[in-house]
Design a protein around this ligand. Structure first.
Ligand code: ADP
Ligand code: MG
Length: 238
């Protein structure tokens, strides 16, 4: 098992958010977490990364307990996040933002090699590497987040709503990139989405989170056939 959450409970102040969440992710899988706005999806990812500490329960990565570790330790172990929209330095050039992904890597040659590989994958970021990150379009910004996560050479990438706020054509581009990265690299993904149809297409398994609780778990085939999910999650999303 690559990642495991066991009976995780989290709170913000007095307010409970995650309620007894248990889930597993195997090496090489893409697992989607579906759920409405406010269900606790981002909190779940923050808990894996160590930004939110569970009140009870535990998080295990490659057989080792990681809840309670400082974030930079978790990052060094091989977990990277593609955030919804935070964590970009708009006044810094694209390349400087990108290099933040490899801040824990001391070897310049390794960083150069990775950067070269990343620029092959994302030629538009290469063209814009000296441009202020704040001038990028929404889609380009999303690509920058993905590229920055890859620069850390992670084993597991946490994707927080990659489709959010993007035009349909750009959403397709982003998902095509995720599929390509899956094919070319040995990376495991946790994909958090409200866009259930898109998410199920690139995932092997999924969970549904409702008010902080896992209410459904299955393969994506099972999920696509589920009438309950059809009604509540697949009916309206495009
Ligand atoms: N930093 C915070 N402080 C207090 N409440 C928060 C904080 N972040 C999120 N919440 C609340 O926790 C719940 C879950 O939020 P979140 O994990 O962001 O959900 P999702 O990503 O599924 O939309 C929501 O009710 C939200 O308002
Ligand atoms: Mg969220």
């Amino acid at each position: 098992m690559m990642l495991e959450l066991r009976n995780v409970n989290t709170v913000y102040g007095e307010m409970p958010v995650l309620n007894n969440v248990t889930l597993q992710v195997r090496r090489g899988e893409t697992v989607c977490i579906l759920g409405a706005n406010g269900a606790g999806k981002t909190t779940l990812l923050k808990t894996i990364l160590g930004l939110v500490k569970p009140v009870t329960g535990s998080v295990h990565f490659l057989g080792e307990r990681i809840d309670g570790l400082p974030i930079h330790h978790v990052v060094r172990k091989g977990i990277a996040i593609v955030p919804e929209r935070e964590g970009l330095f708009p006044d810094l050039p694209v390349e400087k933002n990108l290099l933040l992904g490899a801040y824990h890597e001391g070897n310049k040659n390794i960083i150069e090699e990775r950067l070269e590989h990343i620029y092959e994958l994302f030629p538009r970021l290469k063209e814009r590497k000296r441009q202020r990150a704040g001038t990028l379009s929404g889609g380009e910004r999303k690509m920058l987040y993905i590229a920055r996560a890859l620069l850390a050479d992670p084993k597991l990438i946490l994707l927080d709503e990659p489709s959010l706020g993007l035009a349909p054509a750009i959403v397709n581009e982003v998902f095509a990139m995720i599929s390509r990265i899956k094919k070319e690299n040995q990376i495991t993904f946790i994909l958090v989405e409200q866009n259930a149809r898109k998410a199920l297409r690139v995932s092997e398994r999924g969970y549904v989170l409702q008010k902080g609780q896992i209410v459904y778990e299955g393969t994506t085939d099972e999920m696509q056939k589920s009438t309950v999910l059809q009604q509540s999650y697949l009916g309206t999303a495009s």
